[in-house]
Design a protein around this ligand. Structure first.
Ligand code: HEC
Ligand code: HEC
Length: 301
């Protein structure tokens, strides 16, 4: 009853896929690398039985073999998509283009894909090879790893900065703490970075220190975050690929404790800021606004 067991494994994989695409990996307008849902379903689900690699999984023909047989039967995209979607909805020996596969493995179980999923998968397979699905799964795997690794590093930086800042504020109030920020904000991000072998920075569209100014693409991301945040929607971290570097961006929101220096600072603090940062743009914030981002850079030249 090997087939039965696999059937359950696959249905489980399908429901996990649906769940994670609904929560953590929301489609993001700024991230052009987000793969199509058809491609994702192929790599996360079809591949479980069909296998994307050269070797067969032993329970179903390799996906590329299936694809070739179906492209031979239907060279027209519309016919290909319609018939494959129909097979996935309700597999039967009559619809098969590979009678020897039905013979060897037994008929494919009906997996309970939605109508839309059937069409998306068929459309994807008309245009993409199994090899591409394999590349996609490798890219997605390293992508989520990077995003989470970056999140951990950003949190570590935030903790290091926050802890020292709180201590300095307690010690001598904001005027005293400014000196700490000035002297230590960059070196602390650098020490976390050195320990992790990555580059950590803070960026902002309204920088205090011009070294922290967001570039064009980063400004677009911050604008997108602000728009979502203003609508009360969740803003999520994002990876961007730039040449051979991968950059992870993690939102920084203002809190009550930032107001002494980023809200409407008192006269003494204002004077000191103006002295240290003549071009300061980082005041006038209210609590719970997008202040900028931690940027974690992997793969440095
Ligand atoms: C639980 C295992 C399993 C999963 C998951 C699975 N298949 Fe299949 N599939 C099979 C088996 C076994 C066969 C071979 C027997 C047959 O042709 O019905 C098959 C056959 C097929 C065929 C028809 C080959 C023929 O006979 O002409 C197509 C098309 C197909 N699969 C596409 C897919 C796609 C696309 C997915 C993902 C959306 C998928 N399968 C997921 C087990 C599976
Ligand atoms: C005691 C004053 C002070 C407080 C409190 C403070 N900051 Fe800052 N902040 C600064 C100074 C000074 C800089 C410039 C640091 C540098 O030169 O790199 C800065 C820089 C930043 C930057 C980097 C971008 C830029 O504008 O240069 C971010 C992001 C930031 N602060 C966020 C926050 C957040 C979020 C809080 C509250 C959790 C906070 N700050 C609390 C003084 C403060």
């Amino acid at each position: 009853m090997n087939h039965m067991k696999l059937f359950f494994v696959s249905v489980f994989a399908l429901s996990l896929g649906a769940c994670s695409s609904g929560t953590s990996s929301k489609p993001n307008p700024v991230d052009a690398a987000t793969p199509s849902s058809g491609g994702l379903l192929v790599q996360s689900n079809c591949a479980t039985c069909h296998g994307l690699e050269e070797e067969s999984t032993g329970v179903a023909p390799r996906l590329e073999e299936v694809r070739r047989a179906w492209l031979t039967a239907y060279s027209d995209q519309e016919a290909f998509v319609q018939h494959m979607a129909d097979f996935l909805a309700k597999p039967s020996a009559e619809k098969s283009k590979m009678p020897e596969a039905v013979e060897a493995y037994g008929l494919m179980p009906a997996m309970g894909y939605s109508k839309q999923q059937q069409v998306e998968v068929a459309e994807w397979l008309f245009e993409h090879s199994a090899n591409e699905a394999l590349a996609l799964s490798e890219a997605t795997a390293s992508k989520t790893d990077r995003l989470e690794e970056g999140r951990r590093i950003a949190l570590a930086t935030k903790a290091a900065l926050g802890k020292r800042l709180m201590a300095k504020m307690k010690e001598g109030g904001p005027l005293h703490a400014i000196e700490f920020c000035t002297l230590h904000a960059l070196p602390i991000t650098d020490s976390v970075a050195q320990a992790e072998g990555v580059e950590v920075r803070r960026i902002s569209d309204k920088p205090r220190n011009p070294l922290n100014a967001a570039d064009e693409r980063e400004r677009m991301l911050l604008e997108a975050w602000k728009a979502r945040h203003a609508e009360g929607k969740e803003i999520s971290a994002e990876l961007q690929v730039r040449g051979n570097r991968v950059l992870g961006y993690y939102p920084i929101l203002t809190e009550e404790k930032c107001m002494a220096c980023h809200g409407i600072p008192g006269p003494e603090v204002s004077a000191r800021i103006a002295e240290l940062y003549p071009g300061d743009q980082a005041t006038g914030y209210e609590v719970n606004q997008v202040r900028g981002a931690f940027r974690v850079g992997f793969g440095m030249e």
